[in-house]
Design a binder for this molecule. Structure first.
Ligand code: 5GP
Ligand code: MN
Ligand code: MN
Length: 323
């Protein structure tokens, strides 16, 4: 059961003395907040720990407590490996990216996640597929372990809930999520400020790259699949960072009658990142999974080798076959 899994998670956190905490590549709000929340938990237990990501933390999350202490290994390589690793919000082992280089051989892994496609790669797995965010699971863990909650960690947890539910709007926004959000507000979280910082506010580059992406909008003949794409030239011309692409996929998906919206991003000469959003009829997690990716029923992604002109028709065909 979930309670037993939480208990095993607790035992893992008590058992070792020196932990590596990692989340997925191109971290989102849940990945960052979950990393920080585990860091808080371990510091309350008096444990040693290092927070690590393959790349940088998105600028708009830098204000979070201790976000500057999440090591970006592309800038600051570590000098040793760890025997105990905690992976948060990583649907499969590949999602940890290059941070794997710092896992000792046979390292013990605690896998805490909410993706239904998670395959249980940890030595200990705390997976709750109906949780709205990994942060929701961590809030349960904190309360179960009687770890104190202050405004800073409450803000981190709220950030994970807020971003992974699209501002408490997706179908994952359960009564439990709202009750958790309510308790978090009680700890002094500034909800409107977080909504502005994390969801509403846009960089100029973000608007510019959105403008170019929308210019590429295309629909299948039946109007049920809509997509946009972004090229390396778009990124350079607009000065956009990867994090500036978040949310773009919602535009094709939000068109009336569209069942699946897709964002294609050419990452380099021979790789395309595919982001999919479903209105509900199509399980995009299963689709993404078939291409080596994963995610949730209504939000999933994968990475394919090739170029936009070949991948777009192939992927659209696959999606149409599901309808
Ligand atoms: P996004 O489209 O915003 O990048 O991701 C949507 C969801 O799909 C997220 O929950 C994310 O974890 C998952 N996802 C995106 N790309 C991949 C991928 O390449 N592999 C896996 N396993 N999951 C992905
Ligand atoms: Mn995530
Ligand atoms: Mn998540």
């Amino acid at each position: 059961t979930y309670e037993q899994a939480l208990q095993q998670g607790k035992d893992f956190l008590l058992e070792h003395d020196d932990y590596l905490i990692v989340s997925h590549v191109q971290p989102d709000g849940d990945a960052v907040s979950s990393t920080l929340t585990v860091g808080w938990l371990l510091s309350c237990l008096g444990k040693k720990f290092t927070m690590l990501n393959e790349g940088p933390i998105p600028q708009r999350m830098h204000f979070l407590w201790h976000a500057d202490q999440i090591v970006n290994m592309s800038e600051q390589p570590l000098d040793r490996k760890f025997n105990a690793v905690i992976c948060v919000d990583c649907a499969d082992f590949q999602r940890v990216g290059l941070t794997e280089n710092y896992f000792a051989e046979n390292a013990a892994i605690l896998n805490i996640d909410h993706h239904p496609t998670n395959n249980g790669y940890g030595s200990v797995n705390v997976i709750k597929p109906d949780a709205a965010a990994t942060a929701e699971i961590l809030f349960d863990l904190l309360e179960m372990m009687d770890v104190p909650v202050d405004q800073a960690v409450a803000t981190a947890i709220y950030t994970g809930l807020l971003t992974d539910t699209g501002g408490f709007r997706y179908s994952s926004t359960s009564p439990k999520v709202m009750a958790a959000a309510s308790r978090l507000l009680g700890y002094g979280v500034d909800g409107p400020h977080l909504a502005e910082t994390l969801l509403e506010g846009m960089t100029l580059s973000q608007v510019k790259v959105l403008k170019r992406a929308l210019d590429t909008l295309a629909l299948s003949e039946d109007g049920k699949v809509a997509w946009v794409y972004v090229t390396p030239e778009d990124m350079i011309a607009t000065g956009a960072a990867n994090e500036d692409l978040e949310g773009i996929v919602n535009y094709p998906r939000n068109i009336h009658g569209v069942e699946v919206g897709i964002l294609f991003k050419q990452i380099n000469d021979n790789a395309v990142k595919v982001s999919m959003r479903s209105a509900g009829k199509v399980d995009v997690a299963a689709l993404a999974h078939a291409f080596g990716g994963g995610g949730h029923v209504r939000a999933a992604g994968c990475r394919l080798d090739g170029r936009l002109d070949e991948i777009i028709p192939r992927m659209v065909e696959q999606v149409r076959a599901e309808l």
